[in-house]
Design a protein around this ligand. Structure first.
Ligand code: ZN
Length: 512
């Protein structure tokens, strides 16, 4: 946006709020248009906004102050906080009109934004469409959405965001917007703008702060009434949230850390699509990522760019399969290898050999829980000896929506329903209560963000023995339970006891 509107970017965290000029603009206008006056120079005001395309705001300021307006772009959430703080102290502020010294801009970040596509974008530039797209991207980012869906239908156009795993309808702009919007997005993402009959994919970037760039992965799909476009937000900071934010219980975290810090072996993360496997793997890679370690990853495709890690996108059409990438890694003096997914016997064989010959191998499998992962590998045709001698830990996971701490409310659940859900009678000691979602201005229907639910199962000697004799998933699950490994349901119920999520949510995500 900064480049597109030729306006500088400002990190509001970096300014001294106490030195902002006061009383230059009616606080109601500031609140209505979410703007903050930063300084006055000659006959012009420098005004922070998250929406420089807002002509109405510019007109209003000009009319109210008889001064020109220079926009400075700031992040919406920081701006909102500041506007609120300014408004609440508005009465005070009116008392010392123009008392403070003017805020000066020296060297502001004016780095290029939105890739370098803005010049090309002029070809399909259309102000309302540009404005709409920018608003959608910023809204999605502020709502912490993972995906944006732009969907043309016969008579309507629909925009939906996926927030905390669920799609929500966000806007229904006029259907006439569909071609221009598609063209605009395709130009920014460097796709072939004239090709509308086949699916395409691309990427784009948006700078949202002095050192914060958000990557988007974009794909198009020719549907009956036009191109449907899905934009996935690849927030690099999601790989850096740190293990403690992911929701592992202390002993689960310790087991995982112990496993990945061993010199060799295989650590598997399992769960369905959208269960947060990638973030868990990236978090492990971040912990292992040190100058003394050679890390290579084969992904389909890589979601987050990790400096210091050699990331390879597999390309089946060109012959660069997971197995081919793995073979190449092994010729490149590796320490840690991450394979996006073990889908076939060849990939499994090479991964296991790598794990047996002194490398740490991380990968994912699409299985329901940790014990069935082992039987799945047996069914793929991997000799039991190879499984028992390479796999050191399996973690299965799900994501449950996190209850909003502001509005959650105690829920009266009959004892029988709690027992049926899986609570043991000694856990129902009256020291805790389940909570239900309510909904407030700070959340989405009572939920805000998500929390991981994990089954972290180290492969003990006893479990190795069960694998070697070809035991069933049930045998493995029983032994794991003896060793104190919680099932996914048990882990979920623990999060209910802790008041982090609702019983309803746990029942739905751990319903196998
Ligand atoms: Zn709430």
């Amino acid at each position: 946006m900064s480049t597109a509107f030729a306006a500088p970017l400002l990190d509001l965290d970096a300014i001294d709020v106490g030195r902002l000029p006061k009383g230059l603009l009616d606080s109601r206008i500031c609140a209505d248009y979410r703007i903050v006056v930063l300084s006055k120079r000659n006959n012009r005001l420098m005004v922070a906004t998250a929406d420089p395309a807002d002509q109405q705001a510019a007109e209003k300021i000009k009319f109210a102050t008889q001064m020109g307006v220079d926009w400075v772009i700031a992040e919406y959430d920081k701006l909102s906080k500041l506007v609120e703080a300014q408004t609440t102290t508005a009465n005070e502020a009116m008392d010392n009109i123009i008392g403070g010294s003017d805020f000066e801009f020296d060297d502001m970040a004016t780095d290029p934004v939105v890739a370098d596509a803005t010049d090309k974008a002029a070809e399909v530039d259309d102000a309302p469409v540009v404005k709409f797209l920018h608003k959608m991207l910023l809204d999605a980012f502020n709502m912490r959405a993972s995906d944006l869906h732009f969907e043309p239908y016969e008579h309507t156009y629909r925009v939906r965001f996926r927030v905390d795993g669920e799609l929500r309808e966000i806007a229904s702009p006029p259907i006439a917007i569909k071609d221009k919007l598609a063209s605009r997005i395709k130009v920014i993402s460097r796709m072939d703008i004239s090709e509308k009959r086949v699916p395409q994919d691309g990427r784009m970037k948006l700078k949202v702060g002095p050192d914060r760039v958000i990557d988007f992965r974009v794909s198009t799909l020719p549907t009956l009434f036009g191109e449907k476009i899905v934009i996935r937000i690849l927030d690099p900071s999601s790989a850096k949230v740190g293990i403690d934010a992911l929701g592992y219980e202390p002993e689960e975290k310790e087991r995982l850390m112990n496993a990945i810090s061993r010199p060799y072996g295989m650590v598997l993360v399992t769960g369905p699509t959208g269960s947060g496997k990638t973030v868990s793997l990236y978090t492990c890679l971040n912990i292992l990522n040190k100058p003394g370690i050679n890390i290579s990853t084969a992904e389909d495709p890589s979601e987050i760019n990790l400096p210091g890690v050699n990331q390879v996108n597999v390309n089946e059409k060109a012959g660069l399969t997971f197995a081919a990438a793995l073979k190449a890694f092994l010729r490149q003096d590796p320490d840690v290898i991450m394979v996006g997914e073990i889908r076939d016997l060849e990939t499994a064989d090479i991964s296991i050999k790598a794990a047996q010959t002194g490398h740490m191998v991380l990968s994912t499998l699409h299985t329901n829980d940790a014990p069935t992962t082992l039987t799945r590998m047996m069914n793929m045709g991997i000799p039991t000896f190879n499984i028992a001698s390479s796999v050191i830990l399996i973690t299965a996971q799900r994501l449950a929506r996190r209850l909003c701490a502001t509005c959650k409310a105690p829920l009266d659940v009959p004892r029988k329903a709690l027992v049926d859900a899986g609570f043991k009678s000694e856990e129902l000691d009256g020291t805790w209560t389940p909570y239900k979602p309510v909904g407030c201005s700070a959340c989405n229907n009572g939920y805000k963000g998500r929390v991981g639910i994990y089954q972290v199962m180290p492969i003990s000697e006893e479990i190795q023995r069960i694998i070697l004799r070809g035991g069933s998933a049930l045998d493995i699950a029983k032994q794991a339970s003896v060793e104190g490994v919680r099932t996914l349901r048990e882990s979920g119920l623990l999060k209910v006891r802790q008041g982090l999520t609702s019983l309803e949510e746990v029942l739905s995500v751990t319903n196998e």
